[in-house]
Design a protein. Structure first.
Length: 113
């Protein structure tokens, strides 16, 4: 396995998400909330010399904040797990809403380059 010592062009493309972003959202009805409007802000920061980009997301609706988190865990270079959890505004309880195990289907490189 070969490791890169400098970020590739694909890594640098992630920098398009760096900075602070704000916007208006349309929220679909779900088990957690009714349909409506919300505002959101994102902040993105390149980390570890540009190999990673951390993105933070916050949604505000009717003056309250809900939280969502996505966690990626690599088992090995050909398999990872992904989980999405949600915590309603004012709660410290997280509920998993999506989870999966993903395996590389082909050795073709990503289209990020």
């Amino acid at each position: 396995m070969t490791f890169q010592s400098t970020p590739s062009a694909a890594h640098f493309r992630l920098n398009a998400f760096a900075g602070v972003w704000e916007g208006d959202e349309r929220v679909a009805a779900s088990a957690w909330t009714s349909e409506g409007k919300a505002s959101a802000d994102f902040s993105g920061e390149a980390l570890f010399g540009g190999f990673f980009l951390e993105q933070r997301y916050r949604q505000t609706r009717d003056g309250k904040r809900g939280s969502q988190r996505t966690v990626f865990t690599f088992e090995n270079e050909d398999c990872y797990r992904m989980g999405v959890s949600f915590s309603p505004a004012g709660s410290d309880t997280w509920q998993e809403v999506v989870s999966g195990v993903y395996r590389r289907a082909s050795s073709t490189s990503s289209n990020l380059s």
